[in-house]
Design a protein around this ligand. Structure first.
Ligand code: CP
Ligand code: NVA
Length: 302
């Protein structure tokens, strides 16, 4: 893996990255491959978890993080992405970038001579998924499970679908019509699932979807960039809420996950977020270990 832009970039090393994250978390891995290295972190959108976990993680691996907002970079005044990529490659050892458009990250990577890691785009959020897989492993011990993603077939859902297909985890997406995951990614996941035996499906009936589920996962109805569709989305997604009643229809020991930030009362209720079945806070913590694993891999394998 030279870059991590799509979950597909890590197709063959999903387990390895989860294992590295586990070893970093437990203290089994202690070396610091980012010593004397600098990592630029470009953000075009808001972030709490991704920004802080990358910044802390880079420091813990011995490196120097540079938090760069596009507002302050010359990108904000129109400097082309390729020029930015060429110049930053002369100073830095790696770039992480959260961008509005997936194409921006691809363009950056094409013109950079150092690894590029996506910190979320409109299409995917691969770093999130490694934290999610680590969390599922911690709670369930294996991936021979059924995960149900409830709500918008968005960036998080897209990356999770690919991961589920690669590792053979059954995944049902419960979403309203018109809010399915990306078509190409869904088709790719179905292809990959044929190899691993994962059952991948879309189900409109959310109660039916959660039957026999080990993991219920949700994300906001209105992602960053979708604000102009607020009214429509707040209407369409009403049946797609994780509340205690829906949770009671999954397996008794099902866990609840949410990448955060959450809008309580929309995609999830407060009592679910704070109940014993919520894995949400461990999942958030695992962002740190998972991102360190991605950087650890990039700096020890390239
Ligand atoms: N889950 C996630 O990526 O959170 P942030 O937007 O706070 O980084
Ligand atoms: N789907 C959300 C994820 C935030 C971490 C968004 O893109 O805003």
């Amino acid at each position: 893996m030279e870059n991590l832009i799509s979950m597909g970039d890590a197709k063959d090393i999903v387990y390895e990255l989860v294992n590295i994250a586990e070893d970093l978390k437990s203290g089994k891995i202690t070396d610091k491959p980012l010593k004397d290295k600098s990592v630029g972190m470009i953000f075009e959108k808001s972030s709490t978890r991704t920004r802080v976990s990358f910044e802390v993680g880079i420091h813990q691996l011995g490196g120097q993080p540079l938090f760069l907002t596009t507002k302050d970079l010359q990108i904000g005044r129109g400097e082309p992405i390729p020029d930015t990529a060429r110049v930053l490659s002369r100073f830095l050892d790696c770039i992480t970038i959260r961008a509005k458009k997936h194409e921006t990250v691809l363009e950056l990577a094409e013109n950079a001579s150092i690894p590029v890691v996506s910190a979320l785009t409109d299409l995917e959020h691969p770093c999130q998924i490694f934290a999610d897989l680590l969390t599922i492993k911690e709670y369930k011990g294996d991936f021979d499970r059924k995960i149900v993603f409830i709500g918008d077939g968005n960036n998080v859902c897209n990356s999770l679908l690919l991961a589920a297909a690669y590792i053979g985890m059954d995944m049902t997406v419960a979403c309203p019509e018109g809010y399915e995951p990306d078509g190409e990614i869904y088709e790719l996941a179905l292809e990959e699932a044929k190899v691993t035996g994962a059952k991948i499906e879309i189900e409109r009936d959310v109660e039916k979807a959660v039957e026999n589920a080990d993991v219920l996962y949700t994300d906001v109805w209105i992602s960053m960039g979708d604000e102009d569709q607020k009214e429509e989305r707040e209407r369409v997604f009403v049946p797609y809420q994780i509340n205690m009643e829906l949770l009671s229809k999954a397996k008794d020991d099902a866990i609840v996950m949410h990448c955060l930030p959450a809008i309580r009362g929309q995609e999830i209720t407060d009592d679910v977020m704070l109940c014993d079945q919520s894995a949400i806070w461990d999942q958030a913590e695992n962002r740190l270990h998972a991102q360190k694993a991605v950087l650890y891999y990039l700096f020890t394998n390239n």
